[in-house]
Design a protein around this ligand. Structure first.
Ligand SMILES: [Ca+2]
Ligand SMILES: [Ca+2]
Length: 260
């Protein structure tokens, strides 16, 4: 009897060990290693995803998978994310990975973004544009101020195509409100957190808006933008910077806040 109990214990121990062993071997898991935990605005950094088995699916999100970028491909056991942020504060980067058997592993890493020497764009004022004081809304007679352009400006900048990409494309960064019939031609953007590394380029566009959509390009394009940057001003740090493009009668001012 004692011998039987002993054998039973041995079998249970064996089953226990063997089962633990199997699960640790088969459990798919990933780890995240960030090249930096504190970065400045617009600074590029990498997050390495290292897995104990080959990854075939990755979903990357900075809002706990409400949105994000995903792809199905053979990622192997290691894949580098290239990231940068243009807003301040703590960013939680969530990664959900699947192996060939659709087993899931999910990890998060937190990175803090500080301002560094980023400028903040406080406002924009249009001084002149192509066709200023002429009819852009011909449904009104020229004598009616309603015929004047309804102004919206926008900024685009080079942004990563996705968290899983190394490629950058020009993408809309900011679109202003519409000022009807030329109006003040001045926008206060100070509440929009428009921080940017002054070495980055921006594309400026300006359009007449009809019923909420762009009617006419006010830069007489193509191209329907002009490129600006702030790198010539990092020493003098003026709070108002004027950009002029005489060939299209374009002049505008950008109001900026510099760090000390
Ligand atoms: Ca109008
Ligand atoms: Ca219009």
């Amino acid at each position: 009897m004692r011998k039987n109990i002993f054998i039973l214990l041995i079998i249970q121990l064996f089953i226990g060990c063997s089962s633990d062993d199997n699960s640790s071997k088969s459990a798919f898991s990933i780890d995240l290693v960030s090249s930096a935990t504190n970065v400045v605005l617009d600074q590029s950094f990498t997050v390495a995803i290292n897995a104990n088995q080959s990854m075939k699916y990755l979903w990357i999100s900075t809002d706990n998978f409400a949105t994000g970028d995903y792809a199905i491909q053979n990622f192997g056991t290691s894949f580098n994310l290239n990231l940068n942020f243009d807003t301040l504060g703590q960013k939680t980067i969530s990664v959900r990975a699947k192996n060939q058997n659709n087993e899931v592993s999910e990890k998060q890493i937190v990175v803090t973004v500080t301002r560094g020497n980023a400028i903040k764009i406080l406002g924009v004022q249009i001084v002149s544009f192509y066709g200023i004081n002429t009819v852009y809304d011909p449904e009104f007679p020229a004598s009616n101020p309603e015929s004047l352009a309804d102004l919206r400006f926008g900024f685009s900048k080079l942004s990563l195509d996705s968290y899983l990409s190394n490629d950058y494309s020009w993408r809309s960064w900011y679109q202003s409100t519409v000022i009807p019939n030329q109006g003040t031609m001045t926008w206060d953007c100070s509440g929009s957190n428009l921080y940017i590394d002054p070495s980055k380029n921006l594309r400026f566009g300006l359009a007449d808006i009809d019923n909420g959509v762009a009617g006419s390009d006010l830069l007489n394009g193509p191209p329907d933008y002009r490129e600006i940057n702030f790198s010539n001003f990092v020493i003098t740090k003026p709070s108002t910077i004027t950009y002029t493009f005489p060939e299209i009668n374009l002049e505008f001012k950008v109001f900026v806040e510099w760090t000390n």
